[in-house]
Design a protein around this ligand. Structure first.
Ligand SMILES: [Zn+2]
Length: 321
């Protein structure tokens, strides 16, 4: 067996290029990516000599999918099978799972002969398995939602759950997967918060919102996860299942160290299926403590250049004229 030559992102980019070329010549819908077709063509396209079969089966809800070598333990070349859970009602989740298994095939098949990808197993994974699972997810997200294309879908200044829901439809993925991808590249200060019964399960922030997500993910001294603030729109309007465009809320309701007078936009969708609430928070750009409560406009103008220079130095960039 030969060692893999590239990681998950280069592999996804290679396939993206091929798909772009294919659709430029033959037309047809570029999105959502037809992952099943891609899987069937991959062994020939890359001349791996290791075929892959795909089969759907109705299984336990925790089971997502698996990739395994039917020739395991034999000196022959691999003969692979992908199984996915047909009982999962969301086509977006199935598409993501199939792309994830293709990621294992391309990136990891030289390392292991079977990959069992169930959420329930996550606690038992060792660090190598976690790393491989993360890489397969990364591959799937780059393959299904190329960032160049995604940027073009969110050019308007106002991003809300309607816009991001449109992207989820375009790419044929779950709203959660589409929001997580947007968080990877947006310059906005934004955080996605998943909660159940008013308790934070996890939060994920954009690059400029990462400290906000760290604050929400931090457990309380007693080891418990944080409750949502009673003043948040998610708690106050718990009876309304959807707020796609958002409610303006005092930023300190969620993040006490934000300055007085700042408001954030709070959007949410309650999912009956998983009994989870998804809240998306979008904040204005950060105001550093020393930039707050400027005495008056004239002073601000006088100090603007210096403050900007300080800002750049603190952010690790040399001052530019
Ligand atoms: Zn996996």
């Amino acid at each position: 067996m030969t060692a893999p030559t590239t990681g998950p992102v280069p592999w996804a980019n290679r396939l993206t290029k091929l798909l772009n070329q294919f659709h430029a010549v033959h037309g047809g819908d570029r999105f959502p990516v037809d992952v099943e077709m891609l899987i069937r063509q991959t062994p020939e396209q890359f001349q791996t000599g290791e075929p892959i079969a795909i089969q759907g089966q109705a299984m336990d809800p925790e089971f997502e999918g698996a990739l395994f070598n039917l020739n395991a333990g034999q000196p022959d070349k691999g003969n692979w099978a992908i199984i996915y859970n047909q009982a999962i009602s969301s086509p977006g989740r199935i598409r993501f799972t199939l792309a994830h298994e293709l990621g294992h095939y391309l990136v990891h098949r030289h390392l292991q002969e079977s990959f069992n990808c169930s959420e329930a197993d996550m606690l038992h994974w060792d660090s190598t398995e976690r790393k491989m699972e993360g890489e397969a997810d990364l591959f799937a997200s780059y393959l299904l939602m190329p960032i160049d294309d995604y940027r073009k879908q969110v050019t308007s200044n106002t991003v809300d759950l309607d816009v991001l829901g449109g992207c989820a439809d375009r790419y044929g993925v779950s709203l959660t997967a589409a929001i997580l991808k947007w968080l990877e590249f947006t310059p906005k200060r934004a955080v996605l918060v998943m909660s159940r019964n008013g308790v934070v399960q996890w939060a994920c922030g954009s690059e400029s919102g990462k400290w906000l997500s760290i604050a929400l993910n931090k457990k309380l001294p007693n080891g418990q996860r944080r409750n949502l603030s009673e003043q948040s729109a998610t708690v106050l309007h718990a009876d309304a299942n959807v707020d796609r465009y958002g409610t303006e809320v005092d930023a300190r309701v969620w993040f006490p160290s934000e300055p007085a007078g700042m408001t954030l936009r709070e959007m949410r969708i309650v999912s009956d299926q998983y009994r989870q609430t998804m809240t998306l928070l979008i904040l204005p750009p950060e105001i550093k403590p020393w930039e707050r409560d400027k005495p008056d406009e004239d002073d601000a103008d006088d100090n603007g250049g210096l403050e900007n220079a300080f800002d750049r130095i603190l952010n690790g960039q040399p001052p530019v004229r």
